[in-house]
Design a protein around this ligand. Structure first.
Ligand code: NAD
Length: 274
Protein backbone atom coordinates (compact mmCIF):
# COMPACT_ATOMS: atom_id res chain seq x y z
CA UNK A 1 0.00 0.00 0.00
CA UNK A 2 1.38 3.41 -0.93
CA UNK A 3 1.40 6.45 1.36
CA UNK A 4 -1.89 8.30 1.73
CA UNK A 5 -0.63 11.25 -0.30
CA UNK A 6 0.13 8.87 -3.20
CA UNK A 7 -3.21 7.06 -3.09
CA UNK A 8 -4.63 8.62 -6.24
CA UNK A 9 -1.40 8.72 -8.19
CA UNK A 10 -1.81 7.54 -11.80
CA UNK A 11 1.51 9.01 -12.97
CA UNK A 12 3.14 6.78 -15.58
CA UNK A 13 0.28 4.27 -15.71
CA UNK A 14 -0.58 3.15 -19.23
CA UNK A 15 -4.34 3.34 -19.69
CA UNK A 16 -6.11 1.84 -22.72
CA UNK A 17 -9.60 3.27 -23.22
CA UNK A 18 -12.00 1.66 -25.69
CA UNK A 19 -14.55 4.16 -26.95
CA UNK A 20 -11.95 6.63 -25.74
CA UNK A 21 -12.94 9.33 -28.22
CA UNK A 22 -16.59 9.42 -27.05
CA UNK A 23 -18.18 12.00 -24.78
CA UNK A 24 -17.56 10.30 -21.42
CA UNK A 25 -14.32 8.52 -22.16
CA UNK A 26 -12.62 11.47 -23.87
CA UNK A 27 -13.04 13.26 -20.55
CA UNK A 28 -11.28 10.32 -18.90
CA UNK A 29 -8.50 10.53 -21.51
CA UNK A 30 -8.05 14.26 -20.81
CA UNK A 31 -8.22 14.08 -17.02
CA UNK A 32 -6.21 10.90 -16.52
CA UNK A 33 -3.69 12.14 -19.11
CA UNK A 34 -3.32 15.49 -17.35
CA UNK A 35 -2.77 13.55 -14.11
CA UNK A 36 0.25 11.86 -15.74
CA UNK A 37 -1.31 8.73 -17.25
CA UNK A 38 -0.16 7.56 -20.70
CA UNK A 39 -3.29 7.21 -22.76
CA UNK A 40 -4.12 4.80 -25.60
CA UNK A 41 -7.37 5.87 -27.25
CA UNK A 42 -8.87 2.75 -28.85
CA UNK A 43 -11.90 3.78 -30.88
CA UNK A 44 -13.71 3.13 -34.16
CA UNK A 45 -14.03 6.77 -35.15
CA UNK A 46 -10.87 8.19 -36.76
CA UNK A 47 -12.46 11.63 -36.94
CA UNK A 48 -13.29 11.76 -33.23
CA UNK A 49 -9.83 10.43 -32.36
CA UNK A 50 -8.13 13.09 -34.53
CA UNK A 51 -10.03 15.88 -32.74
CA UNK A 52 -9.23 14.43 -29.32
CA UNK A 53 -5.60 13.84 -30.26
CA UNK A 54 -5.16 17.55 -31.10
CA UNK A 55 -6.55 18.47 -27.71
CA UNK A 56 -4.39 15.95 -25.86
CA UNK A 57 -1.30 17.19 -27.70
CA UNK A 58 -2.11 20.77 -26.71
CA UNK A 59 -2.43 19.67 -23.08
CA UNK A 60 0.90 17.81 -23.29
CA UNK A 61 -0.71 14.41 -22.70
CA UNK A 62 1.40 11.47 -23.83
CA UNK A 63 -0.96 9.40 -25.98
CA UNK A 64 -1.61 7.31 -29.05
CA UNK A 65 -4.80 6.67 -30.99
CA UNK A 66 -5.55 3.30 -32.59
CA UNK A 67 -8.48 2.71 -34.90
CA UNK A 68 -10.11 -0.41 -33.47
CA UNK A 69 -13.43 -2.21 -33.65
CA UNK A 70 -14.05 -3.78 -30.24
CA UNK A 71 -16.16 -6.43 -31.97
CA UNK A 72 -13.14 -7.73 -33.92
CA UNK A 73 -10.77 -9.72 -31.76
CA UNK A 74 -7.88 -9.35 -34.24
CA UNK A 75 -8.30 -5.58 -34.13
CA UNK A 76 -8.05 -5.70 -30.34
CA UNK A 77 -4.95 -7.89 -30.45
CA UNK A 78 -3.34 -5.45 -32.89
CA UNK A 79 -4.25 -2.54 -30.61
CA UNK A 80 -2.80 -4.28 -27.55
CA UNK A 81 0.45 -5.04 -29.45
CA UNK A 82 0.74 -1.44 -30.67
CA UNK A 83 0.27 -0.09 -27.13
CA UNK A 84 2.95 -2.47 -25.84
CA UNK A 85 5.32 -1.42 -28.65
CA UNK A 86 4.74 2.25 -27.85
CA UNK A 87 4.63 2.30 -24.05
CA UNK A 88 6.21 -1.06 -23.09
CA UNK A 89 3.34 -2.08 -20.78
CA UNK A 90 -0.39 -1.71 -20.13
CA UNK A 91 -1.72 -1.19 -16.59
CA UNK A 92 -5.39 -0.43 -17.06
CA UNK A 93 -8.16 -1.20 -19.53
CA UNK A 94 -11.27 0.97 -19.50
CA UNK A 95 -14.06 -0.66 -21.51
CA UNK A 96 -15.87 2.48 -22.62
CA UNK A 97 -17.26 1.56 -26.05
CA UNK A 98 -21.01 1.22 -25.71
CA UNK A 99 -24.32 2.88 -26.37
CA UNK A 100 -27.92 2.56 -27.43
CA UNK A 101 -29.76 3.46 -30.63
CA UNK A 102 -33.29 4.57 -31.54
CA UNK A 103 -34.02 1.40 -33.56
CA UNK A 104 -33.72 -0.70 -30.36
CA UNK A 105 -35.99 1.64 -28.39
CA UNK A 106 -39.77 1.38 -28.06
CA UNK A 107 -41.81 4.47 -28.95
CA UNK A 108 -45.32 5.60 -29.95
CA UNK A 109 -44.58 4.29 -33.45
CA UNK A 110 -42.67 1.13 -32.53
CA UNK A 111 -43.95 -1.41 -30.02
CA UNK A 112 -41.83 -3.93 -28.16
CA UNK A 113 -43.24 -6.62 -30.48
CA UNK A 114 -41.74 -4.88 -33.51
CA UNK A 115 -38.23 -4.18 -32.23
CA UNK A 116 -35.95 -5.56 -34.94
CA UNK A 117 -33.67 -8.40 -34.00
CA UNK A 118 -30.65 -6.82 -35.68
CA UNK A 119 -31.00 -3.62 -33.64
CA UNK A 120 -31.28 -5.60 -30.40
CA UNK A 121 -28.24 -7.65 -31.42
CA UNK A 122 -26.28 -4.49 -32.29
CA UNK A 123 -26.86 -3.02 -28.82
CA UNK A 124 -26.03 -6.28 -27.10
CA UNK A 125 -22.86 -6.76 -29.11
CA UNK A 126 -21.53 -3.25 -28.63
CA UNK A 127 -22.11 -3.13 -24.88
CA UNK A 128 -21.56 -6.71 -23.78
CA UNK A 129 -19.55 -8.51 -26.44
CA UNK A 130 -17.23 -5.50 -26.96
CA UNK A 131 -16.46 -5.49 -23.22
CA UNK A 132 -16.08 -9.27 -23.18
CA UNK A 133 -13.67 -9.45 -26.15
CA UNK A 134 -11.47 -6.57 -24.97
CA UNK A 135 -11.33 -8.17 -21.51
CA UNK A 136 -10.18 -11.44 -23.11
CA UNK A 137 -7.40 -9.78 -25.09
CA UNK A 138 -6.11 -7.35 -22.45
CA UNK A 139 -7.02 -9.69 -19.57
CA UNK A 140 -4.81 -12.44 -21.00
CA UNK A 141 -1.91 -9.99 -20.98
CA UNK A 142 -2.73 -8.99 -17.37
CA UNK A 143 -2.88 -12.68 -16.43
CA UNK A 144 0.60 -13.27 -17.90
CA UNK A 145 1.98 -10.17 -16.19
CA UNK A 146 0.30 -10.90 -12.86
CA UNK A 147 -1.42 -7.56 -12.38
CA UNK A 148 -3.79 -5.16 -14.10
CA UNK A 149 -7.11 -3.44 -13.75
CA UNK A 150 -10.24 -3.42 -15.82
CA UNK A 151 -12.97 -0.81 -15.50
CA UNK A 152 -16.28 -1.53 -17.21
CA UNK A 153 -19.06 0.96 -17.84
CA UNK A 154 -22.45 -0.20 -16.70
CA UNK A 155 -25.47 2.02 -16.17
CA UNK A 156 -28.41 2.82 -13.89
CA UNK A 157 -30.61 0.57 -15.99
CA UNK A 158 -28.52 -2.46 -14.97
CA UNK A 159 -29.92 -2.21 -11.41
CA UNK A 160 -33.53 -1.73 -12.52
CA UNK A 161 -34.44 -1.57 -16.22
CA UNK A 162 -35.64 1.73 -17.63
CA UNK A 163 -38.73 1.86 -19.79
CA UNK A 164 -38.29 1.88 -23.61
CA UNK A 165 -34.76 0.42 -23.76
CA UNK A 166 -34.93 -3.34 -23.14
CA UNK A 167 -31.82 -4.27 -25.13
CA UNK A 168 -29.59 -1.61 -23.58
CA UNK A 169 -30.86 -2.40 -20.06
CA UNK A 170 -30.24 -6.12 -20.51
CA UNK A 171 -26.82 -5.54 -22.06
CA UNK A 172 -25.70 -3.30 -19.18
CA UNK A 173 -27.04 -5.83 -16.65
CA UNK A 174 -24.81 -8.34 -18.45
CA UNK A 175 -21.85 -5.94 -18.12
CA UNK A 176 -22.41 -5.66 -14.34
CA UNK A 177 -22.76 -9.42 -14.00
CA UNK A 178 -19.63 -10.02 -16.09
CA UNK A 179 -17.69 -7.52 -13.93
CA UNK A 180 -18.32 -9.68 -10.87
CA UNK A 181 -17.65 -12.90 -12.76
CA UNK A 182 -14.33 -11.77 -14.19
CA UNK A 183 -13.12 -10.28 -10.89
CA UNK A 184 -13.53 -13.67 -9.22
CA UNK A 185 -12.21 -15.65 -12.18
CA UNK A 186 -9.01 -13.61 -12.44
CA UNK A 187 -8.26 -13.89 -8.70
CA UNK A 188 -9.04 -17.61 -8.53
CA UNK A 189 -7.14 -18.60 -11.65
CA UNK A 190 -4.42 -16.04 -12.37
CA UNK A 191 -3.46 -13.40 -9.84
CA UNK A 192 -4.72 -11.78 -6.65
CA UNK A 193 -3.48 -8.50 -8.12
CA UNK A 194 -5.94 -8.24 -10.97
CA UNK A 195 -9.07 -6.21 -10.25
CA UNK A 196 -12.22 -5.78 -12.30
CA UNK A 197 -14.71 -3.09 -11.31
CA UNK A 198 -17.35 -0.99 -13.00
CA UNK A 199 -18.94 2.42 -12.76
CA UNK A 200 -22.65 2.92 -13.32
CA UNK A 201 -23.16 6.50 -14.47
CA UNK A 202 -26.56 8.04 -13.94
CA UNK A 203 -28.01 10.36 -16.53
CA UNK A 204 -25.69 12.48 -18.57
CA UNK A 205 -27.07 14.33 -21.53
CA UNK A 206 -25.09 12.82 -24.42
CA UNK A 207 -25.49 11.63 -28.01
CA UNK A 208 -26.96 8.25 -27.07
CA UNK A 209 -29.88 9.64 -25.08
CA UNK A 210 -30.44 13.17 -26.36
CA UNK A 211 -33.30 11.92 -28.58
CA UNK A 212 -35.04 10.54 -25.48
CA UNK A 213 -34.42 13.38 -23.03
CA UNK A 214 -34.78 16.56 -25.10
CA UNK A 215 -37.17 17.91 -27.74
CA UNK A 216 -36.00 19.56 -30.97
CA UNK A 217 -36.17 22.99 -29.28
CA UNK A 218 -33.88 21.80 -26.45
CA UNK A 219 -36.61 21.63 -23.80
CA UNK A 220 -36.87 18.46 -21.72
CA UNK A 221 -39.17 15.63 -22.76
CA UNK A 222 -41.51 14.09 -20.20
CA UNK A 223 -38.85 11.39 -19.70
CA UNK A 224 -36.16 14.04 -19.16
CA UNK A 225 -38.30 15.72 -16.50
CA UNK A 226 -39.11 12.38 -14.86
CA UNK A 227 -35.40 11.62 -14.56
CA UNK A 228 -34.66 14.94 -12.91
CA UNK A 229 -37.62 14.45 -10.55
CA UNK A 230 -36.11 11.10 -9.55
CA UNK A 231 -32.60 12.44 -9.09
CA UNK A 232 -32.40 13.80 -5.54
CA UNK A 233 -29.48 16.03 -6.52
CA UNK A 234 -31.70 17.59 -9.18
CA UNK A 235 -29.41 17.72 -12.21
CA UNK A 236 -28.00 15.62 -15.03
CA UNK A 237 -24.44 14.40 -14.57
CA UNK A 238 -21.44 15.89 -16.35
CA UNK A 239 -18.60 13.77 -17.79
CA UNK A 240 -16.33 15.36 -15.14
CA UNK A 241 -18.47 13.79 -12.39
CA UNK A 242 -17.08 10.36 -13.33
CA UNK A 243 -13.40 11.17 -13.03
CA UNK A 244 -12.73 11.00 -9.28
CA UNK A 245 -14.41 7.58 -9.01
CA UNK A 246 -12.45 6.25 -11.98
CA UNK A 247 -9.21 7.60 -10.44
CA UNK A 248 -10.10 5.93 -7.15
CA UNK A 249 -10.82 2.61 -8.88
CA UNK A 250 -7.65 2.57 -10.99
CA UNK A 251 -5.26 3.76 -8.28
CA UNK A 252 -3.75 2.06 -5.24
CA UNK A 253 -6.33 3.78 -3.03
CA UNK A 254 -8.82 1.03 -3.91
CA UNK A 255 -6.44 -1.93 -3.91
CA UNK A 256 -8.86 -4.14 -1.87
CA UNK A 257 -11.92 -3.17 -3.96
CA UNK A 258 -12.85 -5.82 -6.51
CA UNK A 259 -15.96 -6.81 -8.43
CA UNK A 260 -18.03 -3.74 -7.53
CA UNK A 261 -20.31 -1.56 -9.64
CA UNK A 262 -20.22 2.00 -8.32
CA UNK A 263 -23.22 4.25 -9.05
CA UNK A 264 -22.39 7.86 -9.93
CA UNK A 265 -25.93 9.09 -10.20
CA UNK A 266 -26.82 12.00 -7.94
CA UNK A 267 -28.79 9.59 -5.73
CA UNK A 268 -31.07 8.21 -8.50
CA UNK A 269 -30.57 4.55 -7.48
CA UNK A 270 -31.25 5.32 -3.82
CA UNK A 271 -34.60 7.03 -4.40
CA UNK A 272 -37.77 4.91 -4.36
CA UNK A 273 -39.79 7.74 -5.88
CA UNK A 274 -41.70 8.39 -2.65
P1 NAD B 1 -20.39 8.08 -27.07
O1 NAD B 1 -21.29 7.61 -28.16
O2 NAD B 1 -20.09 9.53 -26.96
O3 NAD B 1 -18.99 7.31 -27.17
C1 NAD B 1 -18.88 5.99 -27.56
C2 NAD B 1 -17.57 5.84 -28.31
O4 NAD B 1 -17.43 4.47 -28.67
C3 NAD B 1 -17.52 6.65 -29.62
O5 NAD B 1 -16.32 7.40 -29.70
C4 NAD B 1 -17.57 5.58 -30.71
O6 NAD B 1 -16.81 5.92 -31.86
C5 NAD B 1 -16.95 4.39 -30.00
N1 NAD B 1 -17.39 3.13 -30.60
C6 NAD B 1 -18.64 2.79 -31.05
N2 NAD B 1 -18.62 1.56 -31.54
C7 NAD B 1 -17.36 1.09 -31.40
C8 NAD B 1 -16.72 -0.13 -31.74
N3 NAD B 1 -17.40 -1.14 -32.31
N4 NAD B 1 -15.41 -0.26 -31.47
C9 NAD B 1 -14.71 0.75 -30.89
N5 NAD B 1 -15.26 1.92 -30.55
C10 NAD B 1 -16.56 2.10 -30.80
O7 NAD B 1 -21.00 7.47 -25.72
P2 NAD B 1 -20.93 8.00 -24.23
O8 NAD B 1 -22.22 8.66 -23.91
O9 NAD B 1 -19.67 8.72 -23.97
O10 NAD B 1 -20.92 6.61 -23.44
C11 NAD B 1 -19.72 5.93 -23.08
C12 NAD B 1 -20.10 4.71 -22.26
O11 NAD B 1 -20.84 5.10 -21.11
C13 NAD B 1 -20.99 3.71 -23.00
O12 NAD B 1 -20.68 2.41 -22.58
C14 NAD B 1 -22.36 4.07 -22.54
O13 NAD B 1 -23.24 3.03 -22.69
C15 NAD B 1 -22.07 4.39 -21.09
N6 NAD B 1 -23.06 5.21 -20.39
C16 NAD B 1 -23.45 6.41 -20.86
C17 NAD B 1 -24.38 7.16 -20.16
C18 NAD B 1 -24.83 8.49 -20.65
O14 NAD B 1 -25.70 9.09 -19.99
N7 NAD B 1 -24.28 8.99 -21.74
C19 NAD B 1 -24.91 6.68 -18.97
C20 NAD B 1 -24.49 5.44 -18.51
C21 NAD B 1 -23.55 4.72 -19.23
Amino acid sequence: MSKVEDYFNVEGKVIAITGGAGVLCSEMARSLGEAGGKIAVVDLSERAMALLSNELTEKGVEHITIKTNVLEKNDLIRAKDEILETFGKIDILINGAGGNKPEATTSKDKSFFELPEDAVQWVFNLNFLGTFLASQVFGEYFAEKGYGEIINISSMNAFRPLTKIPAYSAAKAAVSNFTQWLAVHMNHNYSKKIRVNAIAPGFLLTNQNRFLLTNQDGSLTQRGNQILDHTPMGRFGEPKDLISTVMWLISDSSEFVNGVVVPIDGGFAAYSGV
